[in-house]
Design a binder for this molecule. Structure first.
Ligand code: SAM
Length: 209
């Protein structure tokens, strides 16, 4: 798994690497554009909302929302990624922070219309993902939405099948979302809707019950 330094080194080539995988409809980034677009359209359904992007990277998605007047806060542990994102969004509040330590003090006390995260939470173990998503409730407006786009599968069987097809490139250190598992862990307090977008990616829409 890449650490902070690994992402710093990847930052300048990140958008290009994603584009190649996306264009070849290949694991891990097949469906990337449509996944980001799905989240973009969801946020754009409101005017000038307050958005937190977790693991915003180079700001591909956040900067488009910023350009349309949404207020952007962002978190990323790579200073290089933050630097690139800041270049696109000079007025955004971007915090360098490792989410394996939970949420940074800079965002506590805020209330967001949307908390978005793309291709980042697979760096957390399954249990840490669930705890982290539950923490988001404290900074989400009552009718707010958590929108997660990532490498993900409807069922364990679908994940296993993707693994069989991509054994040679599979990243064993990443923990991919499985809808049936996540829905079970969150169903007591949250509504979880899932859209499978490509053979290895999809979007979760999580709202409070
Ligand atoms: C694959 S990139 C995704 C970037 C962007 N969201 C996108 O969709 O293109 C993952 C991002 O998450 C950040 N990241 C990974 N683990 C993190 C952690 N533990 N805390 C904060 N940021 C992290 C990386 O620095 C990187 O910018």
């Amino acid at each position: 798994m890449l650490n902070k330094q690994g992402f710093d080194l990847w930052a300048n080539d990140y958008d290009k690497t994603v584009q190649i995988s996306e264009e070849n409809n290949a694991y891990p980034f097949a469906g990337y554009k449509e996944i980001l677009n799905t989240i973009y359209n969801e946020v754009m359904s409101q005017k000038e909302s307050k958005v937190l992007d977790i693991g915003l990277g180079t700001g591909v998605l956040a900067s488009k929302l910023y350009d349309h007047g949404h207020q952007i806060d962002g978190i990323d542990f790579s200073s290089k990624m933050i630097e690139i994102a800041k270049g696109k969004m000079p007025d955004a509040n971007l915090v360098e922070w490792d989410i394996s330590n939970g949420l940074p003090s800079e965002v506590m006390g805020n209330k967001y219309d949307f908390i978005i995260s793309t291709y980042t939470l697979h760096h957390l173990s399954y249990q840490d993902k669930v705890s982290f998503i539950k923490q988001l409730e404290s900074i989400l407006k009552e009718n707010g939405k958590v929108l997660i786009g990532d490498i993900s599968f409807e069922t364990h069987a679908a994940l296993d099948s993707c693994y069989e097809d991509n054994k040679d490139y599979w990243d064993e250190d990443e923990y991919y979302f499985v809808y049936e598992e996540l829905a079970l862990s969150l169903e007591a307090d949250y509504n979880v809707v899932y859209k499978q977008i490509s053979h290895c990616g999809g979007v979760f829409i999580i709202t409070n019950k």
